[in-house]
Design a protein around this ligand. Structure first.
Ligand SMILES: [Fe+2]
Length: 382
């Protein structure tokens, strides 16, 4: 009935031309804070849900009339502050940055005109900085305005333009101009974490040399939505930027080869130093949705541990749930991942011990039906 950011409304051009107001699905991530449950996505405002029944309450602009938000806010693991970015898709795009304190009161908000109209899905936050990784995913919206394509099918990867890092300050210096640093082009769906060490910012993420899984002629991501499996060539590698904002330098390196996605960490360490991250990983060729393995990476030493499910079992984002009786131990926790068995069409919630991933699930909660592939989960201790 309605156009979304990935799909046109049924009925062809007549039903889509000029329909620039998209119907939000709020289907990308969830956050529970201060007794409120939020559902987020990149092309709309946050939505409030009733925490017990999951009934939709309505839009919530987090205290800012003209604020824009996205699915990947960060919560400072030490202060509880909630930091957001959003992209306002006007004829010239604007970046919105918003800081809320631990009670969700607005502390800072700014709206910044961008040099280019880009699609950005995630970013980095440290104790003192906000870092936008502006990869060159250009939005050429004319076919969308004419009703010919969905918004997300108007993206073009302009590799020759490279990435631009915008390093903003948090807190008192929030409104200062950012440091601008240019580096090689690299697609980023998801950051892993970022923190400060001496005068440097360490920013870890899953990066692709080229996003052929998402942009181009019949890419794998779109084909999956239609039940087709297409091969792609460029894997998601775990990468690191080492940024020195005082000297205006950035250095990129690859921490882990392989094909990874959907990173998760112990969120007590969000925006601060950390050692472990958990991701989905694929084995072999990159075809369709290729992830059937859960992995833990020790980012300082390069050590890995993993568990591969069968080839017909597809795994989703491993949500890390810390064990409440060992708060100082970063790695003490459980991993929750929805596993979809393609052969029998049934989904299972698999629970693994984060310190013993190679042993596989310690428990499986099997549904009697499948769940559609989804994106990001959240655990709230009762
Ligand atoms: Fe995401």
């Amino acid at each position: 009935m309605y156009p979304s950011w990935t799909s046109r409304a049924p009925g062809g051009i007549i039903k889509n031309i000029g329909r620039i107001k998209l119907k939000p699905a709020a289907s990308v991530s969830v956050f529970h804070r201060n007794e409120k449950l939020y559902a987020l996505e990149d092309a709309s405002y946050p939505f409030l849900l009733e925490p017990e029944s999951l009934q939709t309450i309505g839009e919530d602009r987090l205290g800012i009339e003209n604020g824009f938000y996205n699915a990947h806010p960060k919560i400072d693991g030490k202060t509880g502050e909630w930091i957001h970015f959003g992209i306002e898709p006007s004829p010239t795009f604007f970046l919105h940055l918003t800081e809320l304190d631990a009670t969700d009161a607005v502390v800072n908000h700014r709206r910044i005109k961008l040099d280019q109209n880009l699609f950005i899905h995630d970013y980095f936050v440290t104790a003192h900085h906000i870092i936008m990784n502006m990869h060159p995913c250009e939005v050429h919206a004319l076919p969308f305005l004419l009703g010919l394509r969905s918004f997300a099918k108007c993206f073009k990867w302009a590799a020759e333009k490279g990435n631009l890092l915008l390093v903003f300050n948090r807190g008192q210096r929030f409104h200062e101009e950012p440091v601008r640093l240019e580096t090689d082009s690299c697609w980023m769906w998801h950051s892993i974490n970022a923190f400060e060490r001496n005068n440097e910012i360490i920013a870890d993420f899953v990066g692709y040399e080229y996003p052929d899984h998402f942009i181009g002629n019949d890419p794998a991501t779109w084909a999956v939505m239609e039940g087709r499996e297409i091969e792609f060539l460029y894997p998601g590698k775990v990468r690191r930027y080492v940024i020195d904002p005082g000297r205006n330098t950035v250095k990129g390196e690859i921490l882990f080869e392989g094909n990874y996605e959907f990173p998760f960490i112990n969120r007590d360490h969000w925006c601060h130093e950390y050692r472990y991250c958990y991701l989905v990983k694929s084995q072999g060729k990159l075809i369709g949705y290729p992830y059937n393995t859960l992995a833990r990476l020790y980012v300082e030493t390069g050590e890995t541990s993993e568990f591969a499910f069968s080839a017909s079992e597809k795994v989703e984002e491993p949500v890390f749930v810390k064990k409440p009786d060992t708060p100082a131990n970063e790695q003490a926790g459980w991993l929750l991942s929805i596993v979809h068995n393609e052969e029998i069409g049934i989904s299972t919630l698999a629970i693994l011990d984060a310190e013993d991933i190679p042993n596989g699930p310690v428990a499986r909660i099997q549904l009697d039906h499948h769940t559609p592939l989804s994106f990001h989960g959240f655990w709230k201790q009762s």
